[in-house]
Ligand binder design. Structure first.
Ligand SMILES: [Zn+2]
Length: 323
């Protein structure tokens, strides 16, 4: 072997190693648990993130997860709750996976006073990680239902916790976070219900997760445009994948959400979320939807969270399978 071909062989060897890496590489798997298999529907919020090491994190349970017995859940180690509104914590839920329609899931099963979140956490022995003033609420609910109050874990703005190899931090969301009196009931709950006021549990939040392969993910929660999306989410944490709420009215609409992605967070790719519409039919985005407007306005690749369809992301935030 002459020198040139040896260098060639070494280079080829390096190439093999480099090319072989993605196969062993550790991707983060993201699976939406929405209202209708293969579609992106009105009430869809819940996503399961699976770290390469197997740790499974359920983000914003909502109403489309059909309670603790929903077979799509599998093992759940950690549950995240961006804020206490019923469409996130789960004041009610689907009768069974895919029951009802994309426009109107059959969320006839009430989950108050516990919440879908607490019921699932107890069944799965999962930890609930929240910021703000929400942890004491979850600790008491866990305790009252035979769970361990220590499984409710605080991560307030600026700090973080590491669970199962995933670092979890909260970031501010500009939203509201009233606790429906239906969760605490009694005379006080009744009086507050009649007065039309909610319980105080601090600010709504978003999250930043750092997985064991290095991927940093921003979960917006329900929010408007915030300076922290630039200074904190991009500037400090360097998020490479974003899950962005686009539904308008309650949160940023598609154009505002596109500004957040293009000018503030600047990730490698984004998953649309919380569109509050029937966004797809047969898995294809419908014309005239907020989801379509968002996709057209965003400079990076937008992934539509089709229920049950797993996507895999590498450490740079690029979707490498299922997209
Ligand atoms: Zn919401």
């Amino acid at each position: 072997m002459n020198r040139k071909s040896m260098i060639g062989a070494v280079a080829a060897g390096c190439m093999v190693v480099m090319l072989a890496q993605p196969a062993v590489a550790a991707n983060v798997k993201v699976t939406p648990l929405g209202g209708q298999e293969g579609e992106f529907c009105r009430q869809d919020r819940a996503l399961v993130f699976e770290d390469p090491n197997g740790t499974r994190i359920l983000y914003d349970v909502g109403r489309t997860v059909a309670g603790a017995n929903d077979a799509r859940l599998g093992k759940i180690d950690v549950i995240l709750v961006s804020h206490m509104h019923g469409d996130h914590v789960g004041n009610a839920h689907n009768k069974a996976p895919n029951s009802g329609t994309c426009d109107k899931p059959d969320t006839s099963v009430s989950a108050v006073p516990n919440s879908n979140t607490v019921n699932i956490a107890i069944a799965k022995k999962a930890k609930i990680v929240t910021g703000s003033e929400m942890p004491p609420f979850f600790a008491n609910k866990l305790k009252a239902n035979g769970g361990n109050p220590k499984d409710s874990i605080l991560t307030r703005f600026g700090g973080s916790v590491n669970l199962g190899g995933v670092t979890i931090a909260t970031v501010p969301a500009v939203h509201s976070n009233g606790l429906d009196p239906a969760y605490f009931g009694g005379e006080l709950g009744k009086a507050m219900q009649e007065a039309g006021i909610a319980g105080y549990v601090g600010q709504a939040t978003g999250y930043v997760l750092k997985f064991s392969n290095g991927l940093v993910v921003y979960l917006s929660g329900d929010t408007g445009i915030t300076a922290e999306q630039d200074k904190v989410v991009r500037g400090h944490y360097g998020a490479k994948l974003a899950v962005m709420n686009i539904g308008d009215g309650f949160t940023t609409g598609p154009k505002e959400a596109a500004y957040v992605i293009n000018e503030l967070v600047k990730p490698a790719s984004v998953i649309a979320s919380h569109a509050n519409e029937v966004a797809t039919k047969g898995g294809k985005v419908l014309p005239g939807t907020k989801t379509e407007t968002f996709i057209k306005a965003v400079k990076v690749r937008v992934h539509v969270p089709l229920s049950g369809r797993m996507m895999e992301f590498d450490s740079a935030g690029k979707c490498v399978a299922g997209c």
